[in-house]
Structures are given as structure tokens and as C-alpha cells.
Design a protein around this ligand. Structure first.
Ligand code: PGA
Length: 253
């Protein structure tokens, strides 16, 4: 089953207006220069940059996503952003359940699931993140933790058309540490299996499962050539257009 790889940048809380626009323009021209790339591209800037990045990406095949949304369409939720607002702004995607949100904002699987339902209803595609902590990895629970997060965070009516999974071991994020390829493949295969139980085999076979956590140009080839790895969610290295594009190129795009 051929799944088109997705190369996604998670800019996190980085970038003022001028930096964000420049980064987007450089990514945009780099992707254009690739001609007909074998991959799809996505960038997820902070909320404050979405509108200007959208403009800077004009004409390039690079999708725009946010890094979170609320579970309600509108209402009395000071400081929050609804999925409809993101859609209205030209976003096609939203990252949900990133481990930094799970940790900093106490987002449970159930909250992530409710946000995903709302995002899908608004017509957004979700990138739902899962991943174990170092303690969980060291006590041999990585696969079980990830399966539980999939069961709790992914809405029951999700499909490959509206959902992407990102496996991001918490201990690999921003640390330069990366699991062995055998460990990555073990989790990705287990995730696909549990997706098949939850959503049916056809959906599971089509659904993209990205790897995230210290992806860089030097390890992209190895990670992105694994059979169940369908792209990357890139943090730090997505803040430099040349690294982001090099990851894509080295990853076979
Ligand atoms: P990193 O972050 O590439 O900086 O490790 C990945 C992520 O958190 O999405």
C-alpha cells in the first residue's frame, strides 16, 4: 500500500513576523524548485503567524496547519482558538495532543479526542501525536503506552483522509536522541495494528504514521526508509528552510 510521505514542520512557539515570513518564503521556493516532489508538505507556525505564512506560501504545494485548537466551535473560552477559526484562516491541518501540550496543559487522551472530533467536523485534518516518556521506554512499556494513547485519542470515525498519526517519543524531542530503527519500526507496526482494530484494516493501511523527535538531515534517510514510517514531524530542524528541505530530499521526496 503506497502512502505518500508527509513532511511536516512544527515551529512550536518560535518566530516573529519577519522571521516567520522569511522561513515560509524559503520553504515555498525550495518546494517549488523540487518540481514534482514525491511527498506532501505541511508547516505549522504559531497562531500569530498563520495569516502571513499563508500569504508567503502562495503558489507552493505546502499545506498550513496550527498546533492546537479548542473543542468548541465558539463561545466563552478566553484565549482559545476554535477549529472553525483555523479553517476560516486557510488552515487545512491541526496538530493535536503534542506531548508538550499533554504536559503543559494537562491534555488527556479524552481531551485530544474531543478536539479531534471538533477539528474533523470543521473540515480540518488532524495530526494526532502520541509517544512514551523515558521512564515508560526504560520499563518496557513504550508499545503499550502508545496503543493506549491511540485508543483514547483517535476518534472512532477517523479515516486516513482526515487523520495522520505522529509517533514522537517524549525523550527524543529536542534532545538529539533518536530510538533505534528497530524500536521505531516496532512502535509504528504496533500502532498500525491497533488502528486496524479500531478503524478497520483498509483505513489503517492507508493512514500515515509520522515519526517525530530529533529528525535532522543526517538521520532522515534511515528513518524515512522504514516500511511503516510515512513521513516526519520536525521541530527544531523545521526552523531552518535548508534543513527542512534537506530532510525531505534525504527522505526520498
Ligand atoms: P524536534 O521536535 O524535532 O525538535 O525533536 C519534534 C516535535 O516536537 O514535533
Amino acid at each position: 500500500m503506497a502512502r505518500k510521505k508527509l513532511i511536516a514542520g512544527n515551529w512550536k512557539m518560535n518566530g516573529l513576523l519577519a522571521d516567520g515570513v522569511e522561513l515560509a518564503k524559503n520553504i515555498s521556493s525550495g518546494v517549488k524548485a523540487m518540481g514534482k516532489p514525491q511527498c506532501e508538505f505541511l508547516v505549522c507556525p504559531p497562531f500569530t503567524l498563520l495569516a502571513s505564512v499563508k500569504k508567503a506560501l502562495r503558489g507552493a504545494k505546502v499545506a498550513l496547519g496550527a498546533q492546537d485548537c479548542h473543542m468548541a466551535e465558539k463561545g466563552a473560552h478566553t484565549g482559545d482558538i476554535s477549529p472553525l477559526m483555523l479553517k476560516d484562516l486557510g488552515c487545512s491541518h491541526v496538530i493535536l495532543g503534542h506531548s508538550e501540550r499533554r504536559a503543559d496543559h494537562a491534555e488527556s487522551d479524552d481531551i485530544v479526542c474531543q478536539k479531534a472530533v471538533a477539528a474533523h467536523k470543521a473540515g480540518l485534518k488532524t495530526v494526532i501525536c502520541i509517544g512514551e516518556t523515558l521512564a515508560e521506554r526504560e520499563s518496557g512499556k513504550a508499545v503499550d503506552v502508545c496503543k493506549k494513547q491511540i485508543l483514547g485519542s483517535v476518534p472512532a470515525d477517523s479515516s486516513a483522509a482526515d487523520t495522520v498519526i505522529a509517533y514522537e517519543p517524549v525523550w527524543a524531542i529536542g534532545t538529539g536522541k533518536v530510538p533505534t530503527t528497530a524500536d521505531v519500526e516496532e512502535v509504528h507496526a504496533a500502532v498500525r495494528k491497533v488502528l486496524a482494530q479500531k478503524l478497520g484494516k483498509a483505513n489503517a493501511n492507508k493512514m500515515r504514521i509520522l515519526y517525530g523527535g530529533s529528525v535532522k538531515p543526517s538521520n532522515a534517510k534511515e528513518l524515512l526508509s522504514l516500511p511503516d514510517v510515512d513521513g516526519a514531524l520536525i521541530g527544531g530542524a523545521s526552523l531552518k528552510a535548508e534543513d527542512f528541505l534537506a530532510i525531505a530530499k534525504n527522505g526520498g521526496c
